[in-house]
Design a protein around this ligand. Structure first.
Ligand SMILES: Cc1ncc(COP(=O)(O)O)c(C=O)c1O
Length: 389
C-alpha cells in the first residue's frame, strides 16, 4: 500500500485515538527506522522504551521464530517451560519471589492492585499526582493525570493522589483502609520527573512502619533502562510488589507482576488469570532479552551512553531549554514552551523524539545505542534548537 493510502485507510478504519505524523514505518535496523519511502530516521523513541535490543535484531528474531514454530499459546491450562524459566529469572533479579504474567503494563498494575487488596483485605491505594499507570479502569484509577482520568469518571473508588516526591504527603493520607502505595521510581509520562534521593527509601520506611504494601511500577524504568535492571536498585530497597512490561520482551507484549512470597500467596487458584499472559512466545522473548542484556552489558551501556547524552544535552546553549534530567537512557529535556514544532522539525531532519507533558522531549532509545548514533542525533537536535532561537 502507498503511504497516502495507509494514512487514508487508517482514518477510515481505526479509532482516532492517536495523533500520528504522516509517514508509515516499514522496518527498523538497530537504532534506525525506515519509512515506506525509504527515508531513514534515528530512533530515540525506542518504541516508547519497548525496544531494548535494537530494531530488527536477527538473533532475537531467530529465537522467537523457533518458539513460534514449536508452539505459540497452549494457554495457562498447562505447564510450559519458558514461563517458569522467566519467573525464576525475575525472582532472582528482583529479590522477590513469585510472578503473575499478563500482556501489558496496565494489566501488570491491575494484578498488583487486586493482589494488594486481596492480601491486606483493605481497599485504599495511595498514588501520586501526574503519575501514569495505565488506561484500564483499575490502572486508570491509580493514574494521576487528570486529563486522562476525567472523561471516564466515575472511576474505581478507593484511590487518593498525593504530591510526587513528598513522603509526608503520603503519611498524611494513610488510614486504616490503606492497602498500599503505588509509585514510579521516575515519573515517565509526566515528563521524566525525578524524586529526591531518599524518596523510595522514605516510602519503604513508612510502609514497614504502617504495615502497608509498597508497589513500585517499573513498567517504564525497568529492564535496565536506568542502568540497573530495576530502578529501585539504585535506592537499595526492596518493594513488596513490582510491575514490569514495555522492554521486558523487547517489544513482544508482556506484563509481569512480581511479589514477595507472603503477598503472592494471597492469590489463590481462580483469583486472577489471562488467556495470553505468560505464553511461551512472550516468555521466550523475555528470557532471550534478559540474557542478551546481561551478556552484552547493555545496562552498563545505558549508564555510559545515558551520562554522555545528558552531558551533551546539558551543554547546549539555548534559552529555550529549562532543564535536562533523567537516569541512564531515560532522559527528558524540558523546554520553556510547547514543543510540538520542535518535534516536527526533528522528524523532518530524520530524528524521532517523543514529546510528553507538552514541553518535555523524551529520549528512550534502544539500550544498544552507540556514541556515534548519539552524536548524529545531537547534530540534528542542535540544528533544530539553533533555528528555534
Ligand atoms: C509507569 C507506567 N505504568 C504503566 C504503563 C501502562 O503500560 P501499557 O501501555 O503497556 O498498558 C505505562 C505506559 O507508559 C507506564 O509508563
Amino acid at each position: 500500500m502507498e503511504t497516502n493510502k495507509v494514512i487514508e485507510q487508517e482514518k477510515k478504519y481505526i479509532m482516532q485515538t492517536y495523533s500520528r505524523p504522516k509517514f508509515v514505518i516499514d522496518h527498523g535496523d538497530g537504532c534506525y527506522l525506515f519509512d515506506k519511502k525509504g527515508k531513514k530516521y534515528i530512533d530515540l523513541v525506542g518504541g516508547l522504551a519497548t525496544c531494548l535490543l535494537g530494531h530488527g535484531n536477527k538473533e532475537f528474531a531467530q529465537a522467537v521464530k523457533g518458539q513460534i514454530e514449536k508452539i505459540t499459546n497452549p494457554t495457562n491450562l498447562y505447564y510450559t517451560e519458558e514461563q517458569v524459566k522467566l519467573a525464576e529469572k525475575l525472582a532472582k533479579l528482583s529479590g522477590l519471589n513469585k510472578c503473575f504474567f499478563s500482556n501489558s503494563g496496565a494489566e501488570g498494575v491491575e494484578a498488583a492492585i487486586k493482589l494488594a487488596r486481596k492480601h491486606t483485605k483493605k481497599t485504599q491505594i495511595i498514588s501520586t499526582k501526574e503519575s501514569f499507570h495505565g488506561r484500564t479502569f483499575g490502572s486508570l484509577a491509580a493514574t494521576g493525570k487528570e486529563k486522562i482520568r476525567n472523561p471516564f469518571k466515575p472511576l474505581l473508588s478507593g484511590f487518593v493522589h498525593v504530591k510526587y516526591g513528598d513522603v509526608n504527603a503520603i503519611k498524611r493520607k494513610i488510614s486504616k483502609k490503606t492497602a498500599g502505595i503505588i509509585v514510579e521510581p521516575i515519573q515517565g509520562e509526566a515528563g521524566i520527573i525525578m524524586p529526591n534521593k531518599d524518596y523510595l527509601k522514605g516510602i519503604r520506611e513508612i510502609c514497614d512502619r504502617r504495615n502497608i504494601l509498597m508497589i513500585v511500577d517499573e513498567v517504564q524504568t525497568g529492564c535496565g533502562r536506568t542502568g540497573k535492571f530495576f530502578a529501585y536498585e539504585h535506592d537499595r530497597i526492596k518493594p513488596d510488589l513490582v510491575t514490569l512490561a514495555k522492554g521486558l520482551a523487547n517489544g513482544i507484549p508482556i506484563g509481569a507482576t512480581i511479589a514477595k512470597g507472603n503477598v503472592a500467596k494471597s492469590f489463590a487458584k481462580g483469583d486472577h488469570g489471562s488467556t495470553f499472559g505468560g505464553n511461551p512466545v512472550a516468555c521466550l522473548a523475555a528470557n532471550f532479552t534478559i540474557e542478551y542484556l546481561i551478556k552484552n552489558k547493555l545496562m552498563q551501556n545505558a549508564e555510559i551512553q545515558g551520562s554522555y547524552l545528558m552531558k551533551k544535552l546539558s551543554s547546549i546553549n539555548s534559552d529555550n531549554i529549562r532543564e535536562i534530567r533523567g537516569k541512564g537512557l531515560m532522559i527528558g529535556m524540558e523546554m520553556r514552551k510547547y514543543s510540538e514544532k520542535m518535534q516536527e522539525k526533528c522528524l523532518e531532519n530524520g530524528l524521532l523524539v517523543n514529546l510528553t507533558a507538552e514541553k518535555v522531549l523524551r529520549f528512550l532509545p534502544p539500550l544498544t545505542i552507540s556514541r556515534g548514533v548519539i552524536n548524529d542525533a545531537l547534530e540534528i537536535l542542535n540544528e533544530v534548537i539553533e533555528n528555534e532561537n
